[in-house]
Design a protein around this ligand. Structure first.
Ligand SMILES: [Zn+2]
Length: 474
C-alpha cells in the first residue's frame, strides 16, 4: 500500500542500487529476512566489524523526498463532523550541508554540476527515532539466542544470574554493544539514553566499555549515559563505586532502582541518590517498578528534594513507574500536576497487559514522556528488539483510536514528539537549519509508518548515513 502510493516498489529500489550507491548495514535489517531478499551488502554476522559510517560528502542533495504537508479533511454522510481521512505529501529536494538541512527545494531543482546527489525514490522522510531507556552495556544479543529463565525467588534469581554472567560478558561487552547499536540503527534510531551497570561484579568495567563504544559510534549515535546500581545502591554497597563512576566523567544521570524493594531503606536510598546527583551536577533517572504503596512516597520524596534543589528541576526522570497505572484518574491528575511543575520526565518501555501505563493521559497532562526498548534479549527480558517505532505502534493500539489522525500523533513517542505535522496539521518538520537526522521508509504518511512498521531503508544522523542505502544520482 505504501509502496504503491509512494511510487516505490521494493524491486525498483533494489534494482536502483547500483555501484554508485551508498550502502551501510550489518546484514540484520528485519526487512531483508522478512521479505526474503538479501541485505544490500553482506557483511556476515552482526559481530563482524564493519565500517561504522559511510563516507558521504559534507554537502549533497537528497532528491524525491516525501514530506507531509497537511491533513485531508472530509465530510462523510454518516458522520456528524468532518474527519481527517488522509495525509497530504509532496516530493521535495533537500540540500544537506554540515550535518544540517541547508535548503528545502522543489521536486526538480537545478543541481549544480559536480554536486553529489542521492535519490530517496519517493520514500517518506521521518525524524530520527530516539530510544531513551535501554541497557546497551549488557545483553545476550550478538551471541546465540537465549530466552529468560524461570523465576522461583523473584528478582533475586535474576540478580544471581546476572552476578554469574557479568564477568563472563565483560570481555565481549564492546562487541555486544556494537551489535545492539547496529540493531538500533537498522530500526531508525540515532539518539539514545543508556543505563550502564555499576555493581560489585563489573565495578566500572561496563562503563569503561560503553564509553569506548559510544566514542566509536559518535558520528552516527547521539548518546547519554546513566550509571545504574542494578544490585541496589545501598544493598550492594555501591555508593563509592557510583562516586568513582561520576568522577570518571562522561555521565549524564545518576540511576537507581527500587529504593524499598532493593535497599529496604527508601529515604536513605533516595537521599543518597539525590546527593550524588547534586554533588556532580548531573540529572537523575531512576527505575521504580514498585507498587504504589512504596513507589509514590519515593517519587514524592524525590520531588521534595527537587523543590529545594532547583538544579534538579527539569533534569529528573522516573523510569517505568508502573505505580501510575494504579492511580485513579483524579489521583493521576494531581500527581501529574506535581511532576509537570517540577519538570519530571516519565520514561516507559510500554508494558502491555495489566501493567499498561496511562501514557496518553500523562502526555496530555503536559509531562514529557520518553520511550525506550529497555533491552535486546537479555536475562531480564526475551522480547527486546531495539525498535522504538514498534513502541509507538503499541501505544497507538492500547490508547489511541485507529484513525489517520490519532495514529499519526503517536509517532511522537518514537521521535521525542518531533513530528512532521503538529496537532493542527501544520507542517513543522523539517525546517531549514534542523539537523539532518532522519529516516527514509516506504510509507505514504506517519500513520501508515506507525501502523505497518515498514523497513527503515536509509537512516541518517547529522547528514551521515548510519544504516541502509540510497542510490546515487548520475
Ligand atoms: Zn531499564
Amino acid at each position: 500500500m505504501g509502496n504503491s502510493r509512494s511510487g516505490l516498489s521494493r524491486r525498483g529500489f533494489i534494482a536502483g542500487v547500483g555501484a554508485g550507491s551508498l550502502a551501510l548495514g550489518a546484514g540484520l535489517g528485519k526487512s531483508a529476512s522478512a521479505e526474503g531478499t538479501k541485505p544490500m551488502i553482506d557483511v556476515g554476522t552482526v559481530t563482524t566489524p564493519v565500517t561504522d559510517v559511510a563516507k558521504l560528502p559534507d554537502a549533497y542533495y537528497l532528491l524525491n523526498v516525501r514530506l507531509e504537508t497537511g491533513f485531508v479533511e472530509e465530510k462523510k454522510a454518516w458522520l456528524d463532523a468532518p474527519v481527517i481521512t488522509h495525509t497530504n505529501t509532496e516530493l521535495k529536494t533537500l540540500r544537506i550541508a554540515g550535518g544540517k538541512i541547508a535548503e528545502i527545494l522543489g521536486a526538480k531543482p537545478v543541481i549544480p554540476p559536480g554536486t553529489a546527489a542521492y535519490d530517496a525514490q519517493g520514500q517518506l522522510m521521518l525524524p530520527t527515532f530516539r530510544d531513551m531507556h535501554t541497557h546497551l552495556d549488557k545483553t545476550f544479543y550478538g551471541g546465540p539466542w537465549e530466552a529468560t529463565l524461570p523465576r522461583e525467588h523473584g528478582r533475586a534469581d535474576r540478580i544471581a544470574q546476572e552476578r554469574e554472567l557479568l564477568s563472563k560478558l565483560l570481555p565481549l561487552a564492546e562487541e555486544r554493544t556494537a551489535a545492539m547499536i547496529r540493531l538500533m540503527h537498522s530500526h531508525g534510531t540515532t539518539v539514545c539514553r543508556s543505563h550502564c551497570n555499576v555493581d560489585p561484579v563489573s565495578k566500572l568495567g561496563n562503563l569503561e566499555h560503553l564509553k569506548v563504544s559510544f566514542e566509536r559510534f559518535k558520528d552516527t549515535l547521539e548518546s547519554k549515559i546513566i550509571i545504574f546500581p542494578q544490585h541496589g545502591l545501598l544493598a550492594s554497597n555501591s555508593v563509592d563505586l557510583m562516586r568513582e563512576a561520576l568522577k570518571s566523567g562522561g555521565v549524564s544521570y545518576v540511576g537507581g532502582v527500587d529504593p524499598t524493594a532493593f535497599d529496604n531503606a527508601m529515604e536513605k536510598s533516595v537521599d543518597t541518590t539525590v546527593q550524588l546527583a547534586v554533588d556532580f551536577n548531573v540529572g537523575i533517572d531512576i527505575h521504580i517498578h514498585e507498587p504504589r504503596q512504596t513507589a509514590i512516597p519515593a517519587f514524592n520524596r524525590i520531588m521534595d528534594h527537587m523543590e529545594k534543589n532547583k538544579q534538579l528541576q527539569g533534569n529528573v526522570t522516573f523510569s517505568h513507574a508502573y505505580s501510575l497505572a494504579e492511580l485513579s484518574k483524579e489521583e493521576l491528575k494531581d500527581f501529574a500536576a506535581r511532576m509537570k511543575a517540577l519538570g519530571v520526565t516519565l520514561a516507559s518501555a510500554v508494558p502491555l497487559g495489566k501493567d499498561a501505563m496511562p501514557l496518553r493521559d500523562v502526555h496530555e497532562a503536559g509531562i514529557k514522556v520518553i520511550c525506550g526498548t529497555d533491552s535486546a534479549m537479555d536475562w531480564w527480558d526475551s522480547f527486546g528488539n531495539c525498535d522504538i517505532l514498534q513502541k509507538a505502534n503499541e501505544i497507538a493500539r492500547i490508547q489511541y483510536r485507529s484513525t489517520e489522525y490519532e495514529i499519526s500523533r503517536t509517532l511522537g513517542y518514537a521521535t521525542g514528539f518531533v513530528t512532521p505535522l503538529n496537532d493542527k496539521g501544520e507542517q513543522v518538520w523539517p525546517k531549514v537549519g534542523d539537523e539532518a537526522s532522519l529516516n527514509l521508509l516506504p510509507a505514504s504518511c506517519s500513520a501508515e509508518a506507525v501502523a505497518r512498521l515498514p523497513t527503515r531503508n536509509a537512516v541518517f544522523h547529522k547528514g551521515k548515513l548510519a544504516y541502509g542505502s540510497v542510490p546515487k544520482v548520475g
